[in-house]
Write a new protein. Structure first.
Lengths: 353, 398
């Protein structure tokens, strides 16, 4: 708790301190440091109070920075229970998944992944996944990969948990959609770095805030595509279901969701990819895993370390992308009637007979 | 006959301000004007219908005349603006959502022009869809669905998916799905319009056959007169949201209410639709009664007075006896013979139910208008060349 409350305690001390603590890990990174310089540049000439039309913005008109600081301080002190309540489920899930992955023997994880890939897609992806995971272990990135995997899976899990119901709510009511859409726009257009600032202020640093920042960054596609998928269900099918007396729940679960599933899965796939891309950025708030390898490598000009982290992320990305893409297709598109007729389960069932 | 489904003064106005449009309708302002002034579309205007139990009731009209709107008002897929829809005497426009769902689940099913089958379900599950919504367990609903599929001859495709079937087969599934619920009322919105002509007639026969096995009340939307005549017990014709005429196919064909209704015959081959008795005219011909006391001379006088060359002879009970000409009468009088000998055999009567197509050559080659008799030899009227031409012309000019 004390390390987590640290950032905002220092933040309240002087202007731009939050930036400086956040910028510590990367030191020489370009964007935030130029931010910091412009901040101090606008901060120093406060004494020269002569207003000139030639340089109208030498003086800060609106002291937004100090307002925000007071605001955040107020929020942090008054809503502490809220933020701990938000963190708790994320923390619990992350811990469970992370410790499972890290405690499990690598061989078991590899075999399990191979089987899942085989079931979801086919033999080719299964072989690819096994080879990819073995490579991860061979280049010495196993531990980090498992941490990253746990982080990504946790965030995607929460994205699905939050995103699909939100998407459904948007599809059901135009007014809800009108309110949520601009929020999603902001979430998607805001550069990833900028997320870090408020999150660090509100939640501190570490893996859990990392997952939270990833959720916020990556949740938009699954919401959008759930909404789109449900709205795209042909109106004559909705009418037909209505004409046979479907109630709202039946409409959702028997017609809308099944028909929207490929679109929703495309959203999950995009969310997953965004989540992975956030891994490197999130490492700046001391999130572990492959991202941290890359960040450290760059920071110390250790090309080898950075490359290993980078390769690890690419391998994970390809495996996860392929797996979720095949989730979007139903079994019939792959030439069989039911999903359980192929893969290891199909084989098992065939043996039983 | 019991009235199954009754529509009373039903209105549907699409748009934000239906009240405004209703008021304008009351003032007698027409649909186009209302749309121009208020942007409200009149879908259905003051429709009243009484549909009897067990009949196939066809609703016809041009595109945009409000047929789909009317049929969706019957199961309240579209909320009416004003008026009543009574199923078995209960007004469904007043019931709450749950009661409405119950009506839809048990009493009234619909078949769609676009088939509207669920692509993610196989044929069996699609067919059982209505029962699934009612909460019937898998075993029972699959059993009933198989029965329904057997009725439309598709039991062997139970495990196929809709996209693996042809259009005709898909619509059979659509029909089976509607039948599985065992509804009293079947609504069919241009159910066969998307099918090619051959499959279409096949499906029409299928519907008529199903109807002979189990009498349901069918409301069938169509814009095709041939289809309407083939399957309809009664036909309602809609124009601009209004029901302009309701009647049996014969009624409507012979006494069209207005030019719009008449225009439906444009594409219909009148020579197959009408028969001899439909166009035979009774008036304007001289009849000679065989046992009138004056007999031959008065007959001849009658012909001369009316400047006719031929006369039609019938007896007291209106039985047709034959045709005489002015000259044959003249000869008979001169030779002091009887009327029977004056009858000429160049002109033979035609039966009342001969189709127009078959009488064209008879009328063309006859020296006079051709008499028409019914199956009891009774005189019905005559068909002159002019009358026949007028009839044939009707299909071209209307
Ligand atoms: N949802 C709607 N909103 C506004 N206007 C509508 C709506 N549905 C139908 N209309 C209008 O109501 C009128 C009747 O339409 P309807 O679909 O009932 O015609 P139809 O007789 O079924 O035509 P078709 O033979 O082309 O199917 C049309 O003028 C149409 O523009
Ligand atoms: Mg229509």
């Amino acid at each position: 708790m004390s390390t987590e409350s640290n950032p905002w305690a220092t933040a309240s001390d002087d202007t731009g301190a939050a930036e400086s603590t956040a910028s510590n890990p990367w030191g020489g990174a370009s964007t935030p440091s130029s931010d910091a310089t412009s901040l101090s540049a606008s901060g120093t000439p406060v004494e020269q109070t002569d207003f000139s039309l030639l340089h109208p913005f030498q003086e800060v008109w609106v002291p937004l920075d100090s307002w925000i600081e007071t605001g955040v301080n107020w929020v942090v002190t008054h809503f502490r229970p809220f933020f701990t309540a938000v963190k708790a489920p994320v923390d619990a899930t992350l811990t469970a998944i992370d410790s499972t992955f890290n405690a499990a023997p690598p061989l078991l994880v590899i075999v399990l992944f191979g089987l899942i890939a085989w079931q979801l897609s086919g033999r080719r992806l299964a072989i690819g996944s096994v080879a990819g995971l073995i490579t991860l272990g061979a280049i010495g990135a196993w531990q980090e990969s498992m941490t990253t995997l746990a982080l990504v899976i946790t965030s995607v899990l929460f994205c699905i948990l939050l995103g699909i119901p939100t998407g459904i709510a948007m599809a059901r009511s135009d007014r809800t959609a009108k309110v949520i859409r601009p929020v999603l726009d902001i979430m998607q257009t805001t550069p990833a770095f900028v997320y870090l600032v408020p999150i660090v202020m509100l939640f501190g640093i570490g893996n859990v805030p990392g997952v939270i920042v990833t959720i916020i960054f990556a949740v938009a596609p699954v919401i959008r595509l759930t909404n789109l998928g449900i709205r795209q269900v042909p109106s004559d099918l909705i009418e037909a279901a209505n004409s046979f007396g479907a109630d709202k729940k039946q409409m959702l679960f028997k017609v809308q969701l099944p028909l929207a599933m490929p679109t929703i899965m495309a959203g999950v796939n995009q969310t997953l990819m965004l989540g992975l891309s956030m891994v490197v950025i999130a490492s700046m708030i001391s999130v572990g895993g492959l991202g941290l390898m890359v960040l450290r490598g760059i920071g110390r000009l250790d090309i080898g370390l950075a490359t290993i982290g980078g390769i690890g992320i690419v391998i994970l990305a390809v495996i996860l992308d392929r797996m979720t893409q095949s989730l979007g297709q139903d079994a019939r598109q792959r030439g069989t009637r039911h999903w359980y007729e192929t893969g290891p389960i199909g084989l098992l069932l065939a043996f039983k007979k | 006959m019991v009235t199954k489904l009754e529509v009373k003064n039903l209105y549907k106005i699409f748009g934000e301000h239906p009240k405004k449009a209703l008021k304008m309708l009351e003032q007698g302002i027409n649909k186009d004007e209302i749309f121009k002034k208020t942007g409200q579309t009149v879908g259905v205007k003051n429709a009243s219908l009484a549909i009897e139990e067990g009949e196939i009731f066809v609703v016809m009209g041009l595109s945009g005349s409000g047929k789909s709107t009317l049929v969706r008002l019957l199961n309240r897929l579209i909320e009416p603006t004003q008026g009543q829809v009574l199923i078995d005497g209960h007004d469904i426009t007043k019931v709450d959502d749950k009661a409405l769902r119950d009506v839809r689940r048990s009493k009234i099913s619909m078949v769609f022009q676009s088939f509207a089958l669920m692509p993610h379900m196989n044929v069996l599950d699609n067919t059982a869809f209505g029962l699934e919504l009612s909460g019937v367990d898998v075993q029972e609903r699959h059993e009933k669905a198989r029965d329904a599929l057997a009725q439309v001859g598709l039991e062997s495709h139970a495990n196929s998916y809709p996209d693996e079937l042809s259009g005709g087969m898909q619509q059979r599934v659509g029909l089976a799905r509607a039948l599985t619920n065992n509804p009293d009322i079947l609504l069919m919105d241009e159910a066969f319009s998307a099918l090619d002509p051959l499959i279409r007639t096949e499906m029409q026969d299928e519907l008529v056959r199903l109807q002979s096995e189990h009498q349901r009340t069918v409301v069938f939307i169509s814009h095709d007169l041939d289809e309407a005549m083939r399957i309809g017990d009664r036909i309602a014709i809609m124009q601009g949201g209004e029901v302009v005429q309701v009647g049996t196919p014969d009624d409507i064909l012979h006494n069209p209410a207005n030019d719009y209704v008449r225009s439906f015959f444009k594409g219909v081959d009148v020579s197959n639709v009408f028969c001899a008795k439909d166009i035979a005219s009774k008036s304007s011909l001289t009849l000679i009664k065989k046992d009138s006391s004056e007999g031959l001379i008065s007959g001849l006088k009658l012909l001369n007075e009316n400047e006719r060359d031929y006369g039609y002879v019938i007896d007291k009970s209106k039985r047709f006896l034959g045709v005489v000409s002015a000259s044959s009468l003249h000869d008979v009088i001169k030779n002091k013979q009887t009327l029977a000998e004056a009858i000429i055999d160049e002109v033979q009567p035609i039966a009342a139910d001969t189709s127009i197509g078959d009488i064209i050559s008879i009328v063309a080659h006859s020296p006079c208008a051709v008499p028409v008799i019914d199956d009891q030899q009774k005189y019905v009227g005559v068909i002159s060349k002019a009358r026949l031409l007028e009839t044939l012309d009707r299909e071209a000019t209307v």
